[in-house]
Design a protein around this ligand. Structure first.
Ligand code: FES
Ligand SMILES: [Fe+2]
Length: 343
């Protein structure tokens, strides 16, 4: 019995990762082979040959046109997963086909549908348009996490940890000091957590990228669409500067921090992260700085969450956590996920 939420879209890769060399990524315990056809369409299929399970991502498996040839005995499959040739006989067994996955390339991500393909509705995929949109510049990466996805969700839903775990990068005392408000939109399937700091120190992450030298008004508005897509709408402006009444906000800096939280196994996760900004669009120095800083921050989380996973793996059943106000977002996310999983 799997604990992964079925019939959901998950990010399997960035579009830039998928090319004419097939590669494998495990999503919710399923090894998926990703490659592009000659026309550029992404194909997602099982990475296990139906014959003797040889991985089609393993050399000397290879593409010939829009077919993939198994490197062990040569079973050959089309982009639809159907086997078109086997060695030593002309008759191809009717059942010789690889499972294929519905796939959508959108907002720089490659989304795959885990579950019953008949239920795959691409319209339900949550959006992160800033990652691939004029007027924004994005940097992104992916770090492997040796911890269950739930630990990363807890981590991202409670940013008070920035003050302690990410001090000197994105954390300042005001993050932990400022209370949050949490709301749940059951219909849309979104958990919102807001923390608005009116007068806060500017952490290096924003000081160096925006050029602001003094104190700031700093807003953190989280929008999490379980199971996979997390967005942090971050607004930074010199202290006291607020958006105009009509919603325009020309004197603020906007950063969209996006995470795709994709379970790999029961105890490991693909931690996709991206940072998009609406300022210094062509400044490579700012891009390099934000990419390097955010990766450092992500790795600080990875180190902490890997430690938590080891603790959890070694503890007896029945350990009781203690939760406080800062945990309301994480607890709301857990409830929504439990409901989606039918638990
Ligand atoms: S294992 Fe793939 S052809 Fe035999
Ligand atoms: Fe963090």
């Amino acid at each position: 019995m799997t604990s992964f939420i079925q019939n959901q879209w998950y990010v399997a890769a960035y579009g830039r990762e998928v090319a004419r060399t097939p590669f494998s990524r495990t999503v919710c315990g399923e090894s998926i082979l990703l490659w592009r056809t000659e026309a550029g369409a992404i194909t997602a299929m099982s990475d296990r040959c139906v014959h003797r399970r040889f991985p089609l991502s393993e050399q000397p498996s290879h593409l010939v046109g829009d077919t993939v040839v198994c490197g062990y005995h040569g079973f050959t499959y089309g982009a639809d997963g159907v086997c078109v040739a086997v060695p030593g006989q002309t008759r191809v067994p009717r059942t010789a086909r690889l499972r294929t996955y519905p796939v959508v390339e959108q907002d720089s991500f490659v989304w795959v549908f885990i579950g019953d393909p008949a239920l795959a509705d691409g319209v339900r995929i949550p959006r992160a348009p800033w990652l691939d949109q004029d007027g924004w510049t994005a940097v992104s990466g992916m770090e492997p996490l040796a911890a269950r996805a739930g630990l990363l969700i807890d981590n991202l839903m409670d940013l008070s940890h920035e003050t302690y775990l990410h001090g000197g990068y994105i954390g300042t005392p005001e993050v932990a000091e400022t209370p949050i408000s949490t709301t749940v939109d059951e219909k849309a399937g979104i958990v919102h957590v807001s923390r608005h700091m009116a007068d806060a120190a500017c952490p290096p992450f924003y000081a160096e990228s925006t050029g602001i030298t003094g104190r700031i008004t700093r807003w953190q508005d989280i929008e999490y669409t379980p199971p996979c897509l997390y967005k942090l709408h971050s607004r930074v402006a010199p202290a006291g500067i607020l958006p105009n009444a009509d919603g325009t906000d020309p004197d603020a800096f906007h950063v969209e921090v996006v995470y795709a939280i994709t379970p790999e196994t029961e105890s490991s996760t693909h931690d996709f992260w991206a940072v998009a900004r609406d300022f210094a669009l062509d400044d490579q120095g700012v891009s390099d700085f934000l990419a390097e800083s955010n990766r450092t921050v992500v790795l600080q989380d990875v180190t902490a969450l890997d430690a938590l996973e080891r603790v959890i793996a070694g503890e007896p059943d029945g350990y009781q956590e203690l939760s406080i106000n800062i945990d309301t977002g994480g607890l709301a996310a857990r409830r929504m996920i439990a409901k989606m999983a039918g638990r």
